[in-house]
Design a protein. Sequence first.
Length: 416
Amino acid sequence: MTHKSGSVRQIEEKENFKTSLSFSSEYKLLLTGCRPNISKTAVARIQGLLKGAIDWDLMLELLEKHALLPTFFINLKAAGRENVPDEVIAKLQEKYLQFVDSQSRKVDELLRLNSLFEEHCIPVIPFKGPVLSQLYYGDVFLRESADIDLMVPPEKALQAQKILLAEGYAYGHEEMHLVEDASFLASEYSLRFINQFPFEKEIGVDLHWQLFDDGFVNMPAELVIDSAQQREIFGRQVRTLPAEWALLIVSAHSAKHGWFRLNWIVDAAQLLEYIGDDVTNLLRLARKTQTYEMLLLACSLVSQLPEAKVTEELTSEFSKRKNIQVATARLTAQIFEQRNAEKWKLLDWWLFYLSLKETFWQKILLAFNLATHIDLHDWARWKLPPILFCLYKPLHFLRLAWISVPHLAQRLRRTR
């Protein structure tokens, strides 16, 4: 792992976290034990928390919701089990062994598909999932991953789909009768596949030919694929993305979904630690890909974790931006289920996305994309014949207007 030098911001306690005073013991325990390789101080803090009252049913729910069981279980064992009920240890052990089995099968399948695609001359980049865990956590069994994420060039997307279908996979959505249509491939950027292997547990594969919708970020497939590097991982040569790219993808993906899982913040923390003090290339790439504000939001959220490390340069950048401070406060209230947290509606999401764009024209482009981009809900709802595909965009706009106008009227009445 990259060695770090110079000044970093070390967060030992959560006194700067606006909602920390209302944290339950369960959330304090989750926060303290959510990262790998924690310090002796953090282990002692876990031991202290375990001496108090812990709602273990809630704790198990939180670990599942935030996908943090592997690291927490390992840190819990390091802290000692004497204050943990035997039945809780048994449940955690059972879930951890299930995770190890599932992760092992994902690694095997990832390597098999990687070789298969390469044999068919399809450049493929595994990202997120087991690859992120192995490279930036140092151990494939320290991070949960729901699926195998693979990226291929757009011109190879249809061929890659046919290979997966021939290998026993099926489309994850019923509306995928449209996948061979050029209009669908141009408007969507990924498809989910589920294996249909007999006598085996389900494995999902997310096949990407782009990473995000047009206008959300500037990450064309050719730019991402050209950045990939051959690295040895799991004993094989595999195309992987540099840490800077991985962090920006995590930042954009998590922003798109509202950072509702704590393990995404842990991902960002691990990647920042790997990158170290020299963030020149990271910031340059963030500007180029229009993910600068999303990166700063990720850094702001990471700074809330116990013992998190964020460089002074990044800290200075996010600290002086009001939009980042507001977003951090709202997101942490959502993540930790504070009583004052409001459930976001469509308009809230749009305003949040727009707040993460630097320039006026970026905001205009994103707003246009949000209003007109066809998504899977549209394909599934209307199922128009190809000759009428031109109607999907206006129908999408009308559907969003129907959803958002009542909420907008409510907000206007509230401001009077």
